[in-house]
Structures are given as structure tokens and as C-alpha cells.
Design a protein around this ligand. Structure first.
Ligand SMILES: [Ca+2]
Length: 334
């Protein structure tokens, strides 16, 4: 009886040693190559990284989410997601609550205040929705299991972000297995990717830490610094509508990059008729947006390009700009 009990317990233990560790120790395709990179780069403990990756889980929901991002929608479906009266009014509240802080950051970094507010509004509804995926799961899923049926293989991008994340956690003393964020690995109120966090986050409240989750000051300062470092031009235009005619060279419309290439005057020669108030030598790109039954065209300037450094989608940049205008109107009101 006793012997049988021990035997049973032993069997249970052996089974658990086998199954429990195999459940806990997740192996991922490409993990060995990644660990080699960790070793080559130095600075991180390979065994700590391995232990962390072993605990990271592949999430089908992350693969599903990256396969259908909101950015794929046409403008007339994309715009209503962000340009709601709730997001406008909460933006006014957020600005009013943090007036001094936003003014100080905007002055220090030479950035327009309304754009800082609008970016935080579009990213996380002013810090309310920062994402509930474990960052380690998000970056392991996208770095090791990126869906191969999408137009572009972004494995290199996400595995680089995973490496940045591990370094960031190490540098800032963050719990790498606990931090949560978006399905793509963006973190905190401003949704900074790990590489951006390392490069652009600032300790704006000067408490000795860069905290983009709980410190509104650090978030506002970091967003302002990000825009500044990418070349924001204070008080300069972002975008302006443009008229086309039958002769307009529509094939010149920008699609991939919105880096200004031609001047307003040169665009005019190609048939894009901008506002007469614009400086003729101002560098611009041209954007086409799909309304339900027609297209609209926009000259986009340096500052528009800077917003696309935050998120590559021109519809994202346009939503940020329009939200900033609506919030600004509310601030000017009675
Ligand atoms: Ca701080």
C-alpha cells in the first residue's frame, strides 16, 4: 500500500517534470539565432534572455490583429474611428488639465501643443487604453512567427524590437515578463515601440526615471521630443487641400513616402492647384484620400511627414492633424 503510494507519487513527479517543464519552456523557431545575436551584441545575460523567451507565448490573436490593421481601411472608414466627439472633448479636458506641462514641453522642443495632445488621443485615448498584451508575447509572436502571407515580411523589424525591448527592460529595471501594451509591442500612453523608448523617451518630471505609463509629464515631454528630433517645424503648416483638373498629373501622387519632394509651385505646374496663401517654395508631397464617392487631394508638408514617422500611414497622420484642429477649436471656444 505504502510502496504503491510512493510509486504513484514518483510517477506523477516524473510526468510533471516532463510535461510541466515542456509546457513552461516554450521553444520558438529562430530562437537559437536570436540568442546568438544577444551573445554577439553583449550586455545581456543569454541565460536570462532564454528563460524569458521560454516563458513567452505565441498568440494567435496577435497574428490575427497584425493581419487586419485599421490602417488598411479607406479614409472615409478610418476617419470616424478617431474623429469622434468623445475623443475631441476628452482632448480638450486633457489639455486643460495639463495646460502648463504641455505649454512647457511644446516651448522646450519647438512643437505645436495641439499635435502633442492629438497624438496621445489617437494612440491611447489620452492614456486610457494602453493595451493588454504582454509585450514579450507580442514581440516573440511577431519576431518569430510573423505571418508569411502578408505583403511585407516584417520579421527583421520585430525581432530587432524584441532585442531593444530586452535591453530597455535591463537598462530601466522593468519587469520584462509583465509589461503590457499593444499587439505590436507599443507601450504606454504614447505607444512607444522599444527602440523609440530607448532613443526618444525623456524624464520630463525629472524624478530620475523615464516612465511612459504613469508620468503624464514624461509622456508629453517624450512625444514632443520625438516630433522635435524628427524635424517638426513650429507653426508651419501640416497639410492643405489642393484642387485638380482634367490635366492634373495624378500619377505623381505620393503613395509610399510623404517626404516632400517638389515645391508648391512645382506641384502647381503639374496641375495641383493649392491655396494662394501658401509660400510658393514650400516643399510638399501630394496625398489622395478616398471619400465614399470621390477622392480628395492634399498638399502635405514637412510636419505631415514628421507625423508619419510616428506611424507610417498617411491616414494616421491626417487623423492626428484633423483631431488637433478640432481640439484646438474647442480650446479657443467660450
Ligand atoms: Ca520621470
Amino acid at each position: 500500500m505504502f510502496k504503491a503510494g510512493v510509486h504513484k507519487a514518483m510517477r506523477k513527479l516524473v510526468l510533471c517534470l516532463f510535461f510541466c517543464t515542456s509546457v513552461l519552456a516554450n521553444e520558438h523557431p529562430g530562437m537559437d539565432a536570436f540568442l546568438e545575436r544577444v551573445a554577439e551584441e553583449g550586455g545581456l545575460s543569454e541565460s536570462d534572455v532564454k528563460a524569458l523567451l521560454n516563458k513567452a507565448e505565441y498568440k494567435q490573436s496577435i497574428v490575427d490583429a497584425i493581419s487586419r490593421p485599421a490602417e488598411g481601411k479607406p479614409w472615409h472608414e478610418y476617419r470616424p474611428i478617431f474623429l469622434t466627439s468623445k475623443r475631441i472633448h476628452e482632448g480638450i479636458d486633457f489639455w486643460e488639465e495639463n495646460r502648463e506641462l504641455i505649454r512647457t514641453a511644446a516651448r522646450q522642443f519647438g512643437v505645436d501643443e495641439a499635435i502633442i495632445v492629438a497624438i496621445i488621443g489617437v494612440e491611447t485615448f489620452y492614456g486610457r487604453i494602453t493595451g493588454s498584451y504582454r509585450i514579450i508575447d507580442a514581440l516573440v509572436t511577431l519576431g518569430f512567427y510573423y505571418p508569411q502571407n502578408l505583403s511585407r515580411d516584417r520579421t527583421p523589424f520585430f525581432s530587432a524590437e524584441l532585442l531593444h525591448y530586452l535591453n530597455l527592460a535591463n537598462e530601466e529595471g522593468l519587469p520584462a515578463d509583465e509589461i503590457t501594451g499593444s499587439y505590436a509591442g507599443a507601450m504606454g500612453m504614447g505607444q512607444f515601440m522599444p527602440s523609440s523608448y530607448r532613443e526618444y523617451a525623456v524624464d520630463f518630471d525629472q524624478d530620475g526615471r523615464r516612465d511612459l505609463w504613469r508620468s503624464t509629464a514624461d509622456v508629453v515631454g517624450s512625444v514632443a521630443n520625438y516630433l522635435h528630433r524628427h524635424g517638426w517645424q513650429l507653426g508651419q503648416p501640416v497639410t492643405s487641400s489642393v484642387r485638380i483638373s482634367a490635366d492634373t498629373a495624378l500619377e505623381k501622387v505620393s503613395t509610399q513616402s510623404f517626404k516632400p519632394t517638389l515645391s508648391v509651385a512645382e506641384w502647381q505646374e503639374l496641375g495641383f492647384e493649392g491655396s494662394s496663401a501658401l509660400r510658393r517654395g514650400l516643399p510638399a508631397a501630394v496625398l489622395k484620400l478616398a471619400e465614399k464617392n470621390h477622392d480628395t487631394y492634399w498638399l502635405t508638408f514637412r510636419n505631415f511627414y514628421v507625423i508619419t514617422r510616428y506611424n507610417r500611414s498617411p491616414r494616421y497622420a491626417m487623423a492626428v492633424y484633423e483631431l488637433s484642429r478640432e481640439i484646438l477649436k474647442g480650446m479657443d471656444g467660450p
